[in-house]
Design a protein around this ligand. Sequence first.
Ligand code: G6P
Length: 370
Amino acid sequence: PPQAAAAAPAAPNGCAANGHANGHANGADVTKAEPFVMLGGLEGHVEGILRCRRIVFIACGTSYHACLAARKTLEDFAAMPVVVELAGDFMDREAPVFRDDTCVFVSQSGETADTLRALEYAKNKGALCVGVTNTVGSAISNATHCGVHLNAGFEIGVASTKAYTSQIVALTMVALLLGADSRAKAPKRLEAMRALARLPEDVSRALALDEDMRALAGQLKDAQSLIFFGRGYNYSTALEAALKVKEVALIHSEGINAGEMKHGPLALVDENLPIIVIATQDGMHRKMVSVIEQLLARNGKLIILCNGDDPDMDAFAARGCSLIRVPATVDALQPIVNIVPLQLLSYHLTTLRGFNVDQPRNLAKSVTVT
Ligand code: G6P
């Protein structure tokens, strides 16, 4: 198959990607070695991708959210325009595609009909088509010119979890590979690669929040609605957390870009609606502090997802906010750590409400009709 799979160290949540972020996957001290990214499935295509006019990501559902999470990393490291499209909407518009575009099709199953249709369309337009899938031999991995295999292992539950975190890892690695020749970006790349090597440990610590998330689910299980606010890298976290809550716990939920708060969502805020604000210490931290102040001024009932050592958040806790504390990592990888407690929250909401977490009503793991 065009997407050559390579061995990679697996994180506790099954997070792994084709290739490895360092040359010493066998337990060597990567902080002393010179790390590098290797993605065998893209060999011979990196120059072509770098020469193209833009990168267009096309996906559905959770895979679309993973593309949103990785967009800025690609923009930063590859220094190229990046567009993220929902496959169905893209085809509804029959959006323009150029022969010097690179289209990246991200799909856990590799079989989603809308994504596959968009792939056929982009291929006919002469674009370079890259697949990022979790299924070797799938329709999308076979039909693309090159790609990355996630190696996340078979995903059983209908709601995607480990494929999501693995997709962000894989797309981050693609970004690091595309930026490999930039001297200006070298320190940032090194920092990201070292953070990738530490990611299994960070995710383990996030998984240790399981009991806390069960207790929080106990408080939220009868809510009519849950709102998640995030921005920047963590807009995707807000969207994905809301999708998890609605698809498995069957609670109405919305992920909202905090930058849009004043353009409507603020009207919903009162002392009853539970709002989860993602305010880890990334580039959006200062803006999120201001968002929290505005929500508190309207008596918002806030649960804040933040990093361990954050005096701003300590002050908000003293004003009645609940905190979910996660380990800090580089901005590009923070959405991976952040989604873990929120996945656990939706898991516990589901079981406490008596629903089937693996097979939610009306949904299919792979949607093979358009
Ligand atoms: C279905 C699943 C979702 C998934 C989406 C896209 O709706 O229920 O969990 O995110 O399809 O699937 P794909 O296999 O293309 O990532």
